[in-house]
Write a protein that binds this ligand. Sequence first.
Ligand SMILES: Cc1cc2nc3c(=O)[nH]c(=O)nc-3n(C[C@H](O)[C@H](O)[C@H](O)COP(=O)(O)OP(=O)(O)OC[C@H]3O[C@@H](n4cnc5c(N)ncnc54)[C@H](O)[C@@H]3O)c2cc1C
Length: 149
Amino acid sequence: MSEKMHRVVIIGSGFGGLWATRGLASCPVQVTLIDRANHHLFQPLLYQVATVGLSAPDISAPLRHILRHQRNVEVHLGNVTSIDVIGKSITTGDDAQVSYDTLILATGATHVYFGNDAWHRMRLGSRPLLMHSTFVSAFFTPSNALSWR
Ligand SMILES: Cc1cc2nc3c(=O)[nH]c(=O)nc-3n(C[C@H](O)[C@H](O)[C@H](O)COP(=O)(O)OP(=O)(O)OC[C@H]3O[C@@H](n4cnc5c(N)ncnc54)[C@H](O)[C@@H]3O)c2cc1C
């Protein structure tokens, strides 16, 4: 009977999760990469998308495409909602459970307002979807373009 492969579950496919996945490419482990998005996003170029210098597909690519040559990885789409540390399994939003021997958490960070949560409503944020629409409407809507001539 063959020995069971060591199972590594990686949550998050940003720089951290994706590079951890690639780093395990030649290791004798079975990797499961889980993210709530199906793509990797190159965040440092978000500003260029926000300011209409690049389009969104220029800074993101499907995970399955990026990892298509890596044989020991499976990519799962799912929002991880809980981790059972004792039972060594994670649960996703659709109640799917994935067991692991080793867990790598690479879920990134979010904004902190140092106790001033009301500021949340006033910010454009570093994830600039709102910045994008603000720029587009400021520079490219006909009414603004005319008034700035
Ligand atoms: C506009 C901008 C410019 C930047 N410029 C630079 C720069 O010039 N140089 C530099 O070094 N750094 C820069 N950074 C910072 C850098 O991009 C981040 O530090 C880096 O992307 C963080 O990587 P990460 O893997 O920790 O997290 P992330 O890239 O945020 O990835 C986290 C992943 O986890 C997933 N996830 C989170 N929660 C769950 C869950 N519950 N279930 C499933 N999936 C989940 C998310 O979908 C995401 O894909 C910049 C960031 C921004 C926003």
